[in-house]
Design a protein around this ligand. Structure first.
Ligand SMILES: [Zn+2]
Length: 309
């Protein structure tokens, strides 16, 4: 396969001349279902809900930024072989939109955010009328995404519907406990200090759900570069309000946050880098942060420790 083939041409080539019958349009009863998921949090949800009925391949590993991620040729082959593709939607996988649309013509695809009522979605001014895709940091909203995975798997594989329901129920109760943990922990931060400052606006849902003001430097997508004026106005805000800590993100360069810290210092106030938050990607497999539950716990623990000073 020549590397000069674009994604569209490659998909066509892989598809051959005639349409392939999507495996997902026939019954999948008894067969292990091949799932492709985009971000790690979705991969994790599918593994929990699907259990032994599914074989899941996640496209985006630790440290990968979904806003900028482009499907590789290997990814395209994985997508072509899959029975169902789960993705975030709401323009999260912005550079994969064409690929997902084309795959959707021949394969079952599902945006996990489809089941979230539109009224529950945020539409920040800086995202130009589009919804904020970072729903996973409101654990209650993420439960809807898990339910969407459960319902789609049950639809594709009805004879195992009971298995998916039982697996999902167990995971959803874990998420319920996680939500309670976050609510309980944030109370340890003095009210006037409940401000999260990071490189990009991934934490708006966290802010609304758990009572924090959120300021990001690059906006909703990492594709936009922060300007010098943004750095200065954020530095002014931090110095004026004596915010003890700001945070770097595992999937975004720390350069901009370091610039903010320097600008705050120039104003005679010292702000700590409160640690690294997992925003759009989970931690390494096998570590606690390599799971959705562990990543959320890590974030809240890091935020609480940083802002208590
Ligand atoms: Zn993001």
């Amino acid at each position: 396969m020549t590397k000069f083939l674009g994604a569209a041409a490659l998909l066509f080539a892989l598809a051959g001349c005639g349409p392939i019958e999507p495996r997902a349009t026939r019954a999948l009863e008894g067969e292990v279902i091949d799932v492709v998921a985009t971000i790690g949090m979705i991969t994790d949800a599918v593994e929990h809900v699907g259990g032994e009925r599914v074989r899941v391949e996640g496209l985006m590993g630790p440290g990968i930024d979904p806003h900028l991620y482009k499907a590789s040729e290997g990814d395209l082959r994985r997508l072509e072989r899959s029975d169902v593709v789960f993705y975030g939607g709401l323009h999260l996988e912005a550079k994969m939109a064409d690929v997902l649309e084309r795959i959707g013509e021949r394969r079952a695809t599902q945006a996990v955010t489809d089941a979230i009522p539109r009224g529950a979605l945020l539409r920040p001014a800086q995202f130009k009328g589009q919804h904020d895709p970072h729903v996973w940091f409101d654990v209650t909203l993420w439960k809807k995404a898990v339910e969407q995975v459960r319902d789609r798997l049950a639809e594709l594989d009805p004879t195992s519907a009971e298995v998916y329901r039982a697996n999902a129920a167990a995971y959803l109760s874990e998420l319920q406990a996680l939500d309670a943990y976050v609510h309980e922990q944030v109370l340890r931060v003095p009210e006037g200090r409940r401000v999260i400052i990071t490189a990009h606006d991934a934490f708006n849902y966290f802010g609304v759900a758990y009572g924090f003001e959120v300021r990001g430097l690059q906006g909703i997508s990492t594709a936009a570069e922060a300007g010098a004026g943004d750095v200065q106005s954020l530095a002014r805000f931090i110095a004026r309000n004596q915010i003890p800590a700001i945070f770097v993100e595992s999937s975004v360069s720390s350069r901009t946050i370091e610039a903010v810290r320097e600008a705050v210092r120039a104003r005679g106030f010292d702000v700590e880098i409160g640690g690294s938050l997992f925003s759009d990607a989970m931690g390494n497999p096998g570590t606690p942060e390599g799971s959705y539950v562990g990543m959320v716990r890590h974030n809240v623990d890091t935020i609480v420790a940083g802002l208590r000073g």
